[in-house]
Design a protein around this ligand. Structure first.
Ligand code: CIZ
Ligand code: SF4
Length: 319
């Protein structure tokens, strides 16, 4: 077994040798986020990860995140090799929305425009009219609503609920949830806000409605990082995966970040608010995939072609 430093050095060499670039999500370990920064790669949310991978000239993209992020990279770049540290790193939203059941749901509502969250399989994306991420979901749905379109939304019911409320759109939702964000508890958050009354409250819209209602800022990961920098508060209660604290501390040095409570916890929170699938990304399996070329993402070309139309619509809209 190699030391962590030896592994990092090996990964740096392999990235160069294989003409590969590391694209990481805010929810993976600080170590991987740093490695991406040190090697000319990138850390961000799923929208900007897709954009970066699409624009970068490397012939291999190594995606440290969860499976749908690797698939989106492949959908946009069928000619590139896309590798992931662990192909079993998935997402409860993706798992909870199987393509066949989703197709049945769409067939039952043929008059509706199908808008799906990026946290879905390539097959589900291929069935959609639009793919969106949390940073532009509201804007896209507002745009469609203003054109008089009715929406079929999947898979996150909390984000769907939030977007419906913000835009007034006629929107029906699939019944899915994120295992991390769904656990944030409204009552415990009320108590925590009393315990630290000066704290700003930042909430990702995959959280339950009663948690969202207590937020000073509701937004995607990128929007939450921006709020930490721009709001005057010195402390923040944060309802999203705590992997994001690494970038928040860099963006707003000297400020303090407290994870929002799950299941009755108040100020102290040690093993909560972290996605088990994001946590599967490590130095060892990253080195392994680069070394062997194993764990390559494949998307059926016809499925990929159809999904690409909906993903590119998002990229075009967000320009
Ligand atoms: O919860 C996730 O997986 C998020 C926030 C994905 C994204 O859009 O970056
Ligand atoms: Fe999916 Fe939630 Fe994990 Fe994001 S944090 S990958 S939405 S399970």
């Amino acid at each position: 077994p190699k030391s962590r430093q030896e592994l990092k050095d090996r990964i740096k060499i392999l990235l160069r040798e294989k003409d590969a670039v590391l694209v990481a999500h805010y929810y993976v370990s600080a170590e991987l986020q740093e490695l991406a920064a040190e090697t000319g790669g990138f850390t961000s949310d799923s929208l900007d990860m897709a954009r970066f991978g699409n624009e970068h000239p490397a012939s291999t993209l190594v995606v440290a995140g969860v499976r749908f992020m690797g698939e989106t990279a492949k959908i946009l770049n069928p000619e590139k090799k896309v590798l992931m540290p662990d192909l079993d790193a998935t997402c409860s939203l993706d798992l909870g929305c199987p393509a066949e059941d989703f197709a049945t749901f769409c067939d039952e509502h043929p008059e509706r425009t199908v808008v799906v969250y990026a946290n879905t399989s390539a097959e589900v994306k291929a069935r959609s009219d639009w793919v969106v991420t949390s940073s532009i979901a509201e804007k896209v749905v507002r745009h469609l609503h203003e054109k008089g379109e009715k929406i079929l939304w999947a898979p996150d019911k909390y984000l769907g609920d939030y977007v419906r409320q913000q835009t007034g759109a006629d929107l029906i939702s699939w019944d899915g949830a994120c295992v991390v964000h769904e656990e944030f508890k409204a009552e415990a958050l009320k108590q925590m806000r009393l315990d630290i009354p000066d704290a700003g409250v930042l909430v990702h819209p995959e959280s339950p409605r009663e948690v969202i209602e207590q937020a000073d800022v509701v937004g995607s990961t990128t929007q939450i990082i921006k709020a930490a920098k721009e709001l005057p508060n010195k402390r923040f209660i944060v309802a999203t995966d705590r992997g994001i604290f690494h970038k928040m501390r860099q963006a707003a040095p000297g400020k303090e970040f407290v994870p929002a409570p799950i299941a009755g916890e108040t100020v102290e929170c040690i093993a909560c608010a972290h996605c088990p699938w994001m946590a599967m990304n490590g130095l060892q399996n990253l080195a392994h995939t680069l070394e062997t070329g194993e764990n390559e993402i494949h998307v059926d070309p016809e499925t990929g072609r159809r999904a690409r139309v909906a993903v590119e619509r998002m990229l075009e809209f967000s320009r």
